[in-house]
Design a binder for this molecule. Structure first.
Ligand code: ATP
Ligand code: MG
Length: 570
């Protein structure tokens, strides 16, 4: 596919500095930013909030919150006091102590963030759960983590099977009209002390337990420790390019790792003003938030960009987005067509970032000082050593497809898979390579190109085809809103390419359209990459975080069991 180059813009550092940093990079230098690297006393919530108050930034706005009924603003000092109050409630009423797993299962609200930071101040491990999880998903995660406390709302209580969870000791409800058998958060919160002695931890103490998105199978409980903050901080600085006056909005829910690493930790470690929006996605609502809060840095996902793209370019023009200066994407491959659209409607490049729950923070990125090759994930973050390796851990030369891998030892690397050490071990190959499960290649310039999940790569008539390339071509066609591509076993070709397509509004399914789309891929990409079968769907199966679930498409197609569907959208 033809690659378009989008020229670099100036970020925090010029390109020369960046390259210098990359070659001589030493994580130890970054650690020096944190006094705990000498004292040994660390606490993420302190570094995110209290430290800035001590440094004289107490009156700076930390949180701008908006949903259908609330529109609020909190300074760093208010965040400090409110998280102290929450910590006091959790200690006094629910007996929370260091190392306990405290789950948070509720819609976004300022109180969610007070409770999450309060939990961290106690030294407990926070387990965020997306509000849309149903009973089975909630039960699996509470059971696996042996959580002792869950913080929730009245409307979600019904999905917590208390009698089947022997470790669960307390349920804290953040709501009005709380039943006596539960801890009434708001009632205790209003009288709680604004002072709290933060629990000092070591860099190896637990921070957060995140369950993965469930795109490829049963979600894994990924444990991260305090040390991760080194990478959260520096990627916030280099990649999010956060500066003193930025208003930053990350659209991810804290139930997913992006919503904590980059919705809480990175922005606040960098002392940015953080926008949190409650409620669901709508193009008007989202553009409205960008306009109202004068957002300068915006971090979202391909699925959202594709939906905004589908809503039309005229809509964007109705809003004043003149403050926006930097846009980033994560979670799924970023189609070149989307980058082109961003360049057109925002006059800004969309910067792709690749990382995963297990890596804890950015790994492959587009720093503002880099030229963007549309369709590429970018280059490794300074300090990260990435390579393409074969199944034995041997490095492959440029332009060869293989396992996307990193040398173990970056600061935000997961500590373990909770309760499953063998699973944790299975991520590594000889040579200390961490294997991502994604397939990619690296070009001569050191840019990495995502091809698909290793299991999704298609072998057709002797050619290896990454589903992403085909999907990206498909969404270039004006009729195609989204596409999911799988390999379907075929006696002659090994596999054939089958595409599931959701059409844009205004387009009707027809055999002519199928043929037109097929020819479009054949002529625009390659004959062997053109889907032999196309099926139209009203919508594609996706995780609640917006990722296309190709394993579900495949299971439907081949009449196989679909596996764990706990994270699938309704
Ligand atoms: P599970 O591990 O439960 O199957 P998941 O892998 O989707 O789910 P996450 O950790 O949320 O869970 O997502 C990480 C994955 O998302 C990566 O392995 C990769 O496949 C995909 N991904 C993330 N960012 C990008 C990107 N910029 N380009 C391509 N793929 C990406
Ligand atoms: Mg994964």
């Amino acid at each position: 596919m033809k690659t378009e180059i989008f020229k670099a813009t100036a970020g925090n550092h010029n390109l020369k500095d960046y390259e210098k940093t990359y070659e001589n990079f030493d994580w130890k230098e970054i650690e020096k930013y944190f006094s705990w690297s000498e004292t040994g006393k660390v606490n993420m919530a302190y570094e995110c909030i209290d430290k800035h108050v001590e440094d004289g930034y107490g009156d700076k706005v930390a949180l701008l919150y908006k949903d259908a009924s609330r529109n609020e603003s909190y300074t760093f000092k208010e965040m400090m006091e409110n998280s102290n109050k929450a910590a006091n409630v959790l200690v006094k009423e629910a007996g929370v102590k260091k190392g306990d797993r405290v789950f948070i299962f509720m819609p976004r609200s300022p109180e969610l963030y007070f409770a999450l930071l309060g939990t961290l101040k106690i030294g407990a491990i926070v387990g965020p759960l997306f509000e849309a999880f149903m009973e089975k998903a909630v039960k699996d995660r509470l059971e696996n983590s042996e959580a002792s406390v869950i913080i929730t709302t009245n409307s979600l209580l019904g999905r917590i099977p208390q009698s089947e969870l022997p470790h669960l000791q307390h349920i804290v409800v953040i709501d009005d009209n709380v039943e006596d058998k539960y801890i009434d958060f708001k009632n205790h919160f209003k009288d709680a002390s604004t002072e709290f002695d933060v629990e000092w931890l070591t860099r190896d103490d637990g921070l957060i337990l995140h369950y993965t998105s469930g795109s490829t199978g049963q979600p894994k409980g990924v444990l991260h420790v305090q040390n991760a903050m080194i990478q959260h901080y520096i990627s916030g600085h280099y990649v999010l390019d956060l500066k003193e006056d930025d208003v930053y909005w990350c659209t991810a829910d804290p139930g997913w790792v992006t919503g904590t690493s980059y919705g809480i930790f990175a922005p606040w470690l960098n002392r940015a003003t953080n926008v949190i929006a409650g409620g669901r996605f709508s193009p008007e609502g989202w553009y409205g938030i960008l306009e109202q809060f004068k957002v300068t840095v915006w971090y979202s996902a391909p699925t959202a960009f594709r939906m905004l793209m589908g809503a039309g370019d005229e809509l964007v023009e109705k809003y004043d987005l003149s403050h926006l200066r930097h846009i980033l994407s994560v979670g799924e491959p970023l189609n070149p067509e989307v980058v082109k659209w961003g360049d057109k409607v925002f006059n800004l490049r969309i910067h792709d970032t690749w990382w995963m729950t297990e890596t804890g923070a950015h790994m492959i990125v587009n720093i503002p000082d880099m030229d963007i090759k549309s369709g590429s994930m970018g280059k490794p973050l300074p300090g990260v050593q990435a390579a393409i390796v074969d199944d034995l851990g041997n490095e492959l030369p440029p332009n060869r497809m293989g396992n996307l891998a990193m040398k173990a030892g970056w600061p935000s690397m997961m500590k373990t898979i909770w309760n499953n050490e063998p699973k944790y071990q299975s991520y590594f190959l000889p040579g200390d390579w961490y294997i991502s499960g994604d397939s990619a290649y690296m070009d001569e310039d050191g840019y990495f190109w995502f091809q698909g999940r290793v299991d999704d790569v298609i072998m057709t008539a002797g050619e290896r085809v990454g589903p992403f390339e085909v999907e990206s071509k498909l969404v270039e066609h004006p009729a195609v809103q989204e596409a999911g591509v799988i390999g379907k076993p075929d006696p002659v070709r090994g596999e054939i390419i089958k595409a599931f397509i959701a059409l844009r509004d205004g387009y009707k399914e027809s055999d002519e359209l199928k043929e037109e789309i097929r020819v479009f891929v054949k002529e625009g990409l390659a004959a062997h990459a053109a889907p032999r079968e196309i099926e139209f769907k009203d919508k594609l199966p996706k995780t609640r975080s917006g990722k296309i679930m190709r394993r579900v498409l495949k299971a439907w197609e081949l009449d196989l069991p679909t596996g764990d569907l706990s994270t699938m959208e309704d």
